[in-house]
Design a protein around this ligand. Sequence first.
Ligand code: FE
Length: 291
Amino acid sequence: MSTTQSTRTLQRVIESIPTSDGAGVKLRRSLGQSQDARVDPFLMLDEFSADAAADYIAGFPAHPHRGFETVTYMLDGHMRHEDHLGNRGELKSGAVQWMSAGRGIIHSEMPQQDEGRMRGFQLWLNLPAREKMKAPAYRDIQPAEIPVLDLPGGGRAKVIAGTLVTGAERTPGPLQGLTTDPLYLDVELPAVATFVHPVNAGYNAFVYVFEGEVDIGPEDAARRLKTRHAGVLSSGDSIEVKAGAGGARFLLLAGRPLREPVAQYGPFVMNSREEIEQAIRDYRSGTLTRA
Ligand code: FE
């Protein structure tokens, strides 16, 4: 049995690129901007951040998904989710929505504001082959259900999924029990504070910086990661992140890799081209969402 401790290093940097999706919502895409810009089981990460209504008002009108899960985390603003199952969720500042598309969901995500700031993230999490055709599911998580903890080295962390470990204390977040077992933390650090956290050695992990900049890795091998860049981490059993002189805020994501082939066509993510063609046929014929 090995007891070697290893701190993950910054292996690859993916700069987010400006793009738009839905009916014209401006956003920045890091993971998912190309087929090789994925970190199994994470398929895509979009940051939407706009002060001008014109950049978000058109929203995401009704569209389908099959074969994966989404986690939407609102920092500022108000969006309404509605789907073909009759679910309706009000996503307000600080709230999270988890949705498993399974074999098929048709939903819309529309802004409920015509001025002010809209800011948040949408993460796409892959499902294993055996779960891609299961029944769709959906859950709203209110801000009060998301633990916020002061960190021993300064700053604070919000626990969206997985478990935050601070010293001897373990704080589980509201999203638990997913097959890919994601860790999803929103960490805010004051200037030059250091955040150290265990990460399951068998899991893939990345950091997305959305305010300030950070240095990632052990002191002698630390590398800089700038605002709006995703940093893919090497293997290892812990992470060390030090905020720059202006402080920093970032997402830390880790999850159990699926190691399965990924076939993606827009909002459908399956294992083979045949399954994608089936999804398109099902959507066109109106059977995508049929049990
Ligand atoms: Fe969607």
